[in-house]
Design a protein around this ligand. Structure first.
Ligand SMILES: Nc1ncnc2c1ncn2[C@@H]1O[C@H](COP(=O)(O)OP(=O)(O)OP(=O)(O)O)[C@@H](O)[C@H]1O
Ligand SMILES: [Mg+2]
Length: 372
């Protein structure tokens, strides 16, 4: 997207009243409303703060500072812009006239490095055995789509899943704003950029197409939300298996429908059945996340795409989060349960001569031994 602004990560002194929110580690997101209210997200919940800018002018000064530090402009002619702070925080800005009641400033804070698998298990977002299954998916080169609503934890989970990619493979990452933090050494990172006075637009689709000439073993695409869906499906179907991406959808089924829509919108006149059969052969696993009412983020469903019946894509659940109720602290309680059917990914593992991860052996043990 753009170069991070050059200021030490801990220097928030030029951010006005939001400097103190930037320094507060409990705050994960800051939402400034037209120089008036400032909301924050703490523990997954949105709270109104007593903090305010003294005027819209003061807010605009901070916004201009952020935007100009990354060499961009924001004004009535360019009312929408993205930026990233030196500490990795992601900024999105909308000013008048599109922001009707005054400038909107959103900062998704980069808190303490991404959450890892242990964090997610501790937070109750996913079980160890479900992670064992996902690890098996990555190792067996299944193509994975992480779906969920806004802020449900898709990028965080994609980052954790990317952690299972083997060290000896060439990974290419493609993102709108570089958020992923892979620990592997051999990673080629690509970031899209908007068009402007300093050059032409480079879209996610451009980068997907260009990445295929870079001999990737695995493609990790931060989010699919446009015409790149078709290129991504084709890549997944033509030797770049073991790739992953995220997608905005409210249910796993909707994820498939959304891919269909994106492909249809990409301008190719493909029959629906052809699109569905591409989807079926490209995508193996859908991991669906939700942000629940109590503010927690959970993997609520993991499903495998199993094939097509007539014109309908068929799926099979592997894991589900079953809600039980609420505890005394108002937190959602429940269990992650394995659906019991032998996941197809285990066949892929066997074909590749890889071992079934220890975490899932007990779950699918019977079906594993009867299949041998
Ligand atoms: N399992 C989790 N438990 C608690 N907090 C989480 C969890 N996953 C992610 N978060 C936090 O939630 C916020 C949003 O996470 P993330 O960016 O991964 O979501 P997203 O679905 O990719 O969002 P977007 O829709 O904006 O792309 C971040 O602050 C992240 O640290
Ligand atoms: Mg994301």
């Amino acid at each position: 997207m753009n170069d991070p602004i050059r200021l030490p990560a801990s220097d928030y002194s030029r951010l006005g009243p939001i400097g103190q929110l930037m320094s507060n580690p409990r705050v994960t997101e800051i939402m400034v409303m037209g120089g008036q209210d400032i909301y924050v997200e703490v523990d997954g919940k949105i709270l109104l703060t007593p903090i305010r800018f003294s005027s819209e002018d003061e807010l605009m000064t901070v916004i201009r500072y952020i935007v100009e530090s990354v060499g961009r402009r924001v004004d009535a002619a360019n009312p929408l812009t993205d930026a990233r702070l030196a500490d990795g925080s992601r900024v999105h800005i909308a000013v008048r006239p599109v922001a009707v009641d005054g400038p909107l400033l959103n900062i998704r804070k980069f808190v303490r490095g991404p959450l890892n698998m242990e964090d997610l298990v501790r937070l109750g977002s996913c079980s160890e055995s479900a992670f064992g299954f996902l690890k098996a998916c990555v190792l067996s080169r299944a193509n994975i789509v992480v779906s969920g609503g806004t802020g449900s934890g898709k990028t965080t989970l994609l980052n954790v899943l990317s952690g299972y990619l083997p060290e000896d493979e060439r990974i290419v990452t493609i993102e709108d704003a570089a958020e992923l933090q892979l620990r592997q050494r051999h990673v080629a990172r690509l970031e899209a950029r908007p068009g402007g006075p300093d050059g032409k637009e480079v879209t996610i689709r451009d980068l997907v197409i260009s990445s295929l000439r870079m001999r990737p073993d695995r493609l990790v695409v931060g989010e699919v939300r446009g015409a790149e869906a078709l290129d991504m499906l084709q890549a997944m179907n033509t030797g770049h298996d073991g790739s992953m991406t995220t997608l905005h959808a409210n249910k796993p089924r909707d994820a498939l429908a959304r891919i269909e829509t994106l492909v249809l919108m990409s301008g190719y006149d493909l029959p629906l059945r052809a699109i569905r059969s591409q989807i079926t052969s490209a995508i193996n696993v859908i991991v669906h996340l939700e942000r629940l009412r109590d503010g927690s983020r959970k993997v609520v469903q993991i499903s495998e795409v199993t094939g097509m019946e007539e014109d309908v894509i068929t799926m099979q659940d592997v894991f589900r989060f079953i809600r039980v109720g609420m505890d005394d602290h108002g937190r959602v309680t429940g269990r992650f349960v394995a659906a019991g059917l032998r996941p197809r990914v285990l066949d892929r593992l066997e074909e590749l001569g890889l071992e079934i991860p220890a975490e899932i052996l007990p779950l699918f043990h019977e079906s594993v031994s009867t299949a041998q």
